[in-house]
Design a protein around this ligand. Sequence first.
Ligand code: LLP
Length: 440
Amino acid sequence: MNERSTLKIDEKGHLRIGGADALDLAARFGTPLYVMDEQYIRDMCAAYRTAIEEEYGGNGLVLYASKAFCCTAVYKIVQSEGVGADVVSGGELYTARRAGFPAEKIYLHGNNKLRRELEEAADYGVTVVADAYSELDMLDEICAEKGKILNVLLRVNPGVEAHTHHYIQTAKTDSKFGFSVEGGAAMDFARYALQKKHIALQGFHSHIGSQIFELHSFRLAADKLLSFMADVKNTLGFEAAQLNLGGGFGIWYTDEDAVQSVSDYAAGLKSILREVKEQAAAKGLRAPFLLVEPGRSVVGEAGVTLYTVGAVKDIPGVKKYAAVDGGMFANPRYALYQAKYTAVLAGRAREKATERVSIAGKCCESGDIVCADVQLPPARRGDILAVLSTGAYNYSMASNYNRNLVPPVVLVKDGQADYIVKPQSYEDLVRNDAVPARLR
Ligand code: LLP
């Protein structure tokens, strides 16, 4: 397990997170419940920020990739830690703005941004990471109308293959994201962007995938991007001021993954920053303002989801299921990626794990599994089950499938727990339903 000062099993065998007993949280707030450890999020932000200060003279910015977990409170937390935000839709941008996030620290992503989203980006004055010719046209037009000049990065593809689930590999040359450095597509895209009058090209962005442990992949991508930047300088006479290396650092889900401390993540980032400095110097480039966009690693291990065990079904000699009050509506990652997780019984976390069970959700389909084949002590109806490392891409990917309610989110710090996302009600579910006159 990824035990740390804010996530541990106490002498009673209870799981504690952020100084709170998981059983108390479940009793007070009900289940299913997402719990987020504020201190861990702060520590991760501070570690990345400090790495840039120490290894790169502070000439860069950490952008929290808010697609991993987006709500008003998390923007407040990362902002107070000196971290910027990567947003990927009008909805994320709106939430960040409402949280009071400063425009100069927001970068808007997306392979198919809507006109409305670009207008909102221009109104607020955020940096746009462009990913299509027609997007540059649209943005230039919008900025001309509004009498603005917007900072832009271009999404390029260094062709580095990261070792992770193929659905979340994005830098292969057949990707829907970015323009390939190899073969000249990225160069052509840069040439086009430089002709636009109302956008100020600042540099380049790439994101090579997610849940990556090989730092080598990031360093290789950085090398390729710096070579590309040198080519652009020679060919187009444009020296990029900014380089954004995206996110993707892997986290612990099960004991198949390395347990990393906050300082291990910082050390990993530092090794990438050293590579950038060395390669920039070797290629006669100024060290660019360096951006990174970690999402999963900032919030993933900060999160624990609490469920209550309901029906337990043993199919003798075949399989045992323990069903919980959550499911793919609260965490679709098993259904989408066969994601693996670690589960513990929050009130009997030290008891010997003697059974192999699959944790089933309550949705009407067989693929609705929360985690498959976990080792647990015999689980009984009423037990509180905690699934670890659920802070990233759980709440943010939740839905109302089967008209289940998206669980609330509670933030814990020093034993204090508060809602940061309130519970939904049945009324919320029907709020936008409409009944045409002919059906009344
Ligand atoms: N920057 C860009 C442009 C991205 O596309 C992503 C993630 C990130 C940063 C953050 O990457 P991270 O540090 O979180 O790995 N739903 C999937 C993950 C999709 C990631 C998409 N892009 C999952 O549940 O595993």
